[in-house]
Write a new protein. Structure first.
Length: 147
């Protein structure tokens, strides 16, 4: 079972104890809360602390406690800091868009990557936006979504 840390979303300021399964940003003084993400093990919503995103099961996330108990053998990536959500007023509507700070699209160069992040499992440190993923559909590479 392999775990990858999404280093661009993790922080060197995290104050983590060995007994804790929650990320705590000492600089900001708050525990990470991954808004809009529910733990598929215990239904914690939002996931607080470190989020574990499964790379093999579609839309499957676990909190730290459930990840410790998971014996599925599936691979997960560790997301310590939540993805920023940007709200814009446009034509009288609120548009909700995920912003992946510190992550760029390796296809078109969008920085920061906005919308769904497509992570390649066959190329190291390779991410695409949805538009570039659609262009790369016949490459033979395997991907999973981080939303």
């Amino acid at each position: 079972m392999r775990e990858m840390c999404v280093s661009d979303e993790s922080s060197s300021n995290d104050n983590s104890d060995d007994d804790s399964d929650h990320s705590f940003d000492a600089a900001d003084g708050f525990e990470a809360a991954h808004l809009g993400v529910r733990c598929d093990g215990c239904d914690m919503s939002p996931i607080r602390g470190t989020r574990y995103k499964c790379t093999t099961r579609y839309d499957f996330d676990l909190c730290g406690r459930c990840r410790e108990q998971d014996d599925s053998g599936n691979e997960f990536i560790e997301i310590r800091r939540p993805i920023t959500v940007r709200l814009d007023a446009k034509f009288g509507e609120i548009v909700r868009e995920r912003v992946h700070n510190g992550i760029g699209c390796d296809g078109c160069g969008m920085l920061p990557l906005r919308g769904t992040r497509i992570k390649c499992t066959t190329r190291n440190d390779f991410d695409l936006c949805q538009k570039c993923r659609n262009k790369d559909s016949n490459s033979g590479n395997e991907y999973f979504e981080i939303s």
